[in-house]
Design a protein around this ligand. Sequence first.
Ligand code: ZN
Ligand code: ZN
Ligand code: FE
Length: 755
Amino acid sequence: MNNSGNIAQHFKIKGRVQGVGFRPFIYRIAHQLKLAGYVYNQPDGVIIHIEGTESKCTKFSNLLSTDAPIGAVIKSVEKKVVESKNSESFKILPSRTSESAITEICPDIAICPDCLRELYGNDRRNGYPFINCTNCGPRFTLINDFPYDRQNTTMHEFQMCETCGNEYADPLDRRFHAQPISCPSCGPRYTYLYNDKILDDFSSIIREVGNHINKGKIVALKGLGGYNLACDALNSGAINDLRQFKQREKKPFAVMFRSLENLKKYAGITPFETNVIQSWRRPIVILEGLHENNLDPGITAGLNSIGAFLPYLPLHYLLFDEVETDALVLTSGNESEVPILYTEEMARHTFKEISGGILLNNRKIARRADDSVVKVIDDSLCVMRRARGYTPDPVDLNFNADGMLAAGAELSNCFCIGKEKQGILSQHIGDLKNADTYEFYLENIQEFSRMYRFKPRLVACDMHPDYLSTQYARELKIPITEVQHHHAHIASVMAEFGLNESVIGVSYDGTGLGTDGNIWGSELMIAGFQSFQRVGHFEYVPLPGGDSATREPWRSALAYLWHVYGSKWQSIDIPFLKKIDLNKANKLITAIDKGINSPLCCSAGRLFDAVAALLTICINSNYHAEAPMRLENELNNKCNDSYSFQSKNVVSFTSMIREIVQDINDHRSTTEIATKFHNTIAIAAIRQIQMAFEQTGIRKVVISGGTFQNRYLTEKLLHLLRQKDFEVYYPREIPCNDGGIALGQLAVAAHQKMK
Ligand code: ZN
Ligand code: ZN
Ligand code: FE
């Protein structure tokens, strides 16, 4: 190469630049521009050295930011002019490992348009279910260690054939350095177990699987982050069987549709939701505009919403070619409340009784991940369950959280580790009270620690001594910071948005232990990272039965009736009281009177439970948060009425409860009452916020907590707040439910340590 007039530049690029086809992309643009130099991965990013004319180097810089591959996220580019090394050509050098620093792991990426085209094309990967390229395919669920090279993935067991090897080594091939590269002659294989028969030819397998689904059978499929169970979503018999197998009577199932066009026959979808559902992350999107009577009530369990998603694996596309239905139930392969199965041994054991077969393959799953669930609220994407496609995207922090572990909540657990100025949240783990889930939690903390070269020096956890996550944290015997549950909810949003001044925090939630020993969940606080001051909440009401009240909303309803009417509750004439066991009810009242197992509670979640039960739409709940979901399901956007309530620092809903009972007696519709109730809560929240503003002058408002998964309530409140010129922050990438708690714990602990 003629080097006269050439310059040399050195780039250090940080962000998510490994495992996303970044080096091949660099190679291609360097090649196009006829630049010399090299590129290599090191644990904390990608190093590039280029030599060429100044104008070409500038072009290179520009392309770097405009044309980067779909999965790449460039967070910083350090560029300097260096001395020319008189390079002859452009090379990709081997990765350099170092234990000290790490880089980002990419989440799993849905099959890309190029691979999809090839799946149906004429070359050797036609119909190949493991097709992938540098722009798509498994990542998080495939990686065993850093750096992202083939030998550190579960693909290391498969020897590349010569043709694949050539593609892998050809910088101009779109599979150049695609770590999971494979083909029918060298890659993993599916087998199908059915009735003691084993099928191992893929075209017969997929035909048989399709056949079974067409006949209404349930099939277990090995997916990316675990096994799924699949059946025809339009076949009531199959759905019933699936419910029996999962021991899941009422909870709605998510549905995978053949295509966007097919989905539209069943539910309305906005252009924004369309983008989300088609994105490479391919989450389950909760859509509210379900068209009436189109889907089996066995799917939706009576809700007007549906968790919908589109195929993300080549296997899903190939399966839809074989089935007649437009819609498949595709749910995690496990009984309710236990973590998704991911080992073949467990799959063979657990699924031996299902009506169809078990579709296995011989590529190991490095770690489990459920499908993610998102919802569009306030015209933005809000993640409700963070797993496949999102984990392990880090959260960039404006403080150092290095060496800190946040143990998370108990019910919808995610933990979080701090690496310098990043918080890395685990995938959704679930309810730690389940023994298998707790084991998954322990394993996963170990896995993250190993992969991220992480050793906790400080642990943060909830204040609740009974949470298994708290007990785990205490057993570590390292410095510990206990963080109040709702403070963590607010701090999590502050961390997501990089706020570090005092804010007005509103956390409406299920339950969380308060600093006064009572159960909180309607908190108004002035919060910073280091501390918070509680300035308001809903009135305390005894919660008879403590935790069991969350499964039995009638208990909350009864507690409110007793609270409002005292001993006269018995003379109220509403259908609710005819639907409950009065004997039990009387015992409960006695318990409240005597203060037995009836902690004081001000949780918004329990108030939603109470109203749902009073309206008899959910007296006992079959799954977490069913009552609030059913109440939300009744809403009518056109009603602007509300109930009265008394508010100072403490909000009393005594008059609202009386008015609701009156409305029930007047045969007002459930829809009207539910809507008025939601409006009342939004107005109560805004009054509380206004009060906090008058006391402090703070205009920044953070809202979070499980109750704000309710789209109507959240949008209403955001609207009211903006009308009054408040600056509002509502969680987006981090769940507003307990799945987001760990990030808040991390943030609080990091700041208390800095004190
Ligand atoms: Zn691809
Ligand atoms: Zn091959
Ligand atoms: Fe919570």
